[in-house]
Ligand binder design. Structure first.
Ligand code: SF4
Length: 495
């Protein structure tokens, strides 16, 4: 029998303020660090205010104790685990395999995220996987639940009950990065995300922005704001950009370096009171070097401040200078977006695509027949594939994945342009337009944004079709033949 879920009950109760706390297992199977995490869980259970403990999954791109280990112990303590499900280390088979395991362990909730790029470990860097992206993973869960995807031996007497949450960052410095974050959030919600947890941040105006955006888009799923209490050292690292996707102002880091622990805890209490006052239905708490007594102190103080949260709003706010905002100052009106600074650069590619790959064109019909003929014999297929490779490597730095999505990304190739090979929107790791993995390069999605039509809106981007996962059996084959044979993601053949 499935155990009740206090986390879900709290999320669905409009009068409840949901509190989760993030635990970060390190390397190794045991030791003092793990003992401290479990001690925290026992104290949290006794206290009763925290409805789920989240467990990170190879946080920071480093290998660590698998979250299922701590998750199971949390469950046995009587609390609910919220398992981080990071896609950097898993292919789709491993994803499904873990679904089965988590279902068996009676875990109910996953927080689906791409994850920080793998770091150097044994003999160098691990292979980054990202076989499915966050949207495709959430969609897979929903497809299993709805019976649209069935695996051998699926047992309908034990309904598949995993629920997926997703993350969003309202803390992006520039328009191109922020617009993509919100557009991708729309896709995650469309795919079936059941709750949202934000990136951590200290600029409260950006938390207000997210709430406004959700209301404007009529998204009513529960949203938890991420409140992190860094040590002065970690605050300094964050201020220098050392944690992907996290913004913390140098002024705040300098203040924190002079503060006592109690002052840092009181700041967090103020932030929680304000976020609750602003309309967030809960918080996702975290910090480094905190004991349960610290967290209990923060929650006590936040409760005391709650009725007069407006009085602490200014003090709790730590603005990031020159950060882009979606709304005009003190207004519900959106800024005018400025995508498409270089739309002309895709014009010729678009024209060629429309001529040769849209069936109503006679050129497309001719190319279609020719490619299907070439596919019959090994020699002609090889010559055709080499021809495609030469043209597309020169023009697009193509990697011959065999399932071309160039026309979905303004004729930029995500397989060569994005180190995580993301096709449905960016990760959260970019910083000041540059890529998390290669800080000397622009994020692929910033380049993409510059080539969009000038009338593009967030809603328009967020309602574009969700691209399906790659079929790896097509790798190194001709994507043109695959397209005309109906083998690629478009599934189109000549009518
Ligand atoms: S190119 Fe952009 S989306 Fe891709 S990994 Fe880098 S920051 Fe993330």
């Amino acid at each position: 029998m499935t155990r009740p879920s206090p986390f879900e009950d709290s999320l669905t109760d409009p009068n409840s303020f949901t509190i989760t706390y993030e635990l970060v297992p390190g390397q190794g199977a045991g030791g003092k660090k793990i003992d401290r995490l479990l001690e925290f869980a026992r104290n949290a259970k006794e206290d009763g205010r925290i409805s789920a403990l989240s467990v990170t999954d190879n946080a920071g791109g480093h290998p660590a104790l698998a979250p299922v280990a701590i998750g199971t112990e949390i469950y046995n303590i009587g609390l609910e685990p919220l398992i981080h499900f990071s896609l950097k280390d898993k292919n789709r088979n491993q994803v499904e395999s873990l679904f089965f395991l988590y279902q068996r362990e009676q875990f109910r909730h996953l927080l689906v995220l791409g994850g920080d790029f793998p770091k150097l470990t044994y003999y160098g860097q691990a292979k980054p996987v990202y076989d499915l992206d966050t949207i495709q993973t959430i969609e897979l869960v929903e497809n299993i639940k709805a019976g649209r995807y069935r695996y051998t031996g699926q047992d309908d007497s034990q309904p598949f009950s995993l629920q997926c949450g997703c993350v969003v960052s309202p803390f992006k410095m520039t328009e191109s990065e922020q617009v993509w974050q919100y557009a991708k959030l729309l896709k995650k919600v469309r795919a079936g995300a059941q709750f949202i947890i934000t990136q951590l941040g200290f600029d409260l105006d950006k938390y207000v922005e997210l709430i406004r955006f959700l209301r404007q888009e009529q998204i009513t799923i529960p949203t938890l704001a991420n409140v992190f209490i860094p040590s002065p050292t970690v605050a300094g690292i964050m201020a220098k950009g050392g944690v992907p996707g996290v913004l913390l102002s140098p002024e705040l880091a300098a203040r924190m370096s002079k503060e006592s622990k109690e002052q840092r805890l009181l700041r967090a209490a103020g932030i929680i009171a304000v976020l609750r006052g602003l309309g967030y239905c809960g918080i996702h708490l975290g910090g480094n070097g905190l004991r349960f007594e610290d967290v209990a102190f923060v929650l006590d103080k936040a409760g005391e401040l709650q009725d007069n949260w407006q009085e602490v709003q200014e003090e709790a706010h730590s603005p990031i200078k020159n950060i882009w905002s979606l709304y005009k100052r003190d207004s519900e009106e959106q800024q005018k977006l400025r995508p498409g600074k270089r739309p002309g650069s895709r014009f010729l590619h678009q024209l060629t695509h429309d001529l040769f790959f849209v069936y109503k064109s006679p050129f497309a019909r001719a190319l279609g027949r020719f490619s299907i003929f070439c596919d019959r014999y090994k020699l002609t297929r090889t010559l055709f594939t080499v021809g495609e490779r030469v043209i597309k490597e020169l023009l697009f730095d193509c990697r011959m994945c065999g399932d071309c999505t160039l026309s979905d990304s303004t004729y930029l190739c995500p397989q060569s342009g994005c180190p995580k090979k993301l096709v449905n929107g960016p990760c959260g790791g970019s910083r000041n337009k540059t890529c998390e993995v290669f800080p000397d390069r622009l994020c692929f999605y910033v380049r993409f944004y510059r080539r969009l039509d000038r009338k593009t809106s967030i809603h328009g981007l967020g309602t574009q079709p969700i691209l399906s996962p790659k079929n790896w059996a097509l790798e190194h084959s001709s994507s043109w033949i695959n397209y005309f044979q109906g083998r690629d993601h478009t599934g189109e053949t000549e009518k």
